[in-house]
Design a protein around this ligand. Sequence first.
Ligand SMILES: N[C@@H](CCC(=O)N[C@@H](CS)C(=O)NCC(=O)O)C(=O)O
Length: 223
Amino acid sequence: MRLLQFSTSHYCRKARLALGYKQIPYTVENLTPGAHVLKLKPLTGLKTVPVLLPDMDGEPTAIADSTQILRFLERHQPNPTFFLADPHQQTEAALLEDWLDESIGTATRFVYYDFRRGEGKQIDPSLSSQLVIQVVRWQYDMNPAAVELARQRLAIAFDALVDRWKDSPHLVGNQLSVADIAAAALLSPLALIPHYRQQQAWLFERIRDIHQLCNETLPPGLM
Ligand SMILES: N[C@@H](CCC(=O)N[C@@H](CS)C(=O)NCC(=O)O)C(=O)O
């Protein structure tokens, strides 16, 4: 299998965590932002990574969207599973995954890039890095009002997750689920922001544990 990705994308990290948990061998192809559209559009009709190329008879050529990739992997190799046996719990995990994908992953991106161009500029002050940050901010229309809304959404997320995750390794049920994988990936960029590291230490313990379980390199800030 081949994973088309941006190396720094937290959605691609989600797909890698899932592949790692299931111990499925794969290679990665790092796409160049901007030029990626030329490759992805004909393959999937979309312009986002991750995209998985299973390279298997009887399977789709390309699977776009991290949630669809996790579903495919579960069908392709059910063990070890990240789907919960109890259908109510699985629905709850899928809902959390969708909320993390659609709302929280975006909020993380806004807050992360805002940090990298301001307080966190010294992480990589090079012209090329600051240029990439400016382009991403422009691409997603990140302005101070939108960043503030993203911060508020993250605050709600911490309130929602702390009760489930602080004293238990699992957000739903008693085993790893798609919700845990999504949260570990999509909140991981916050590990570089000292404010969150101090205030939400429990979160980064869980993110670290899940990366170790899935045999995935720790995100910057946790290495
Ligand atoms: N819901 C999608 C979101 C993926 C996503 O937003 N990917 C970003 C990288 S973090 C992307 O490919 N952006 C490029 C673009 O929009 O052109 C998923 O879960 O796969």
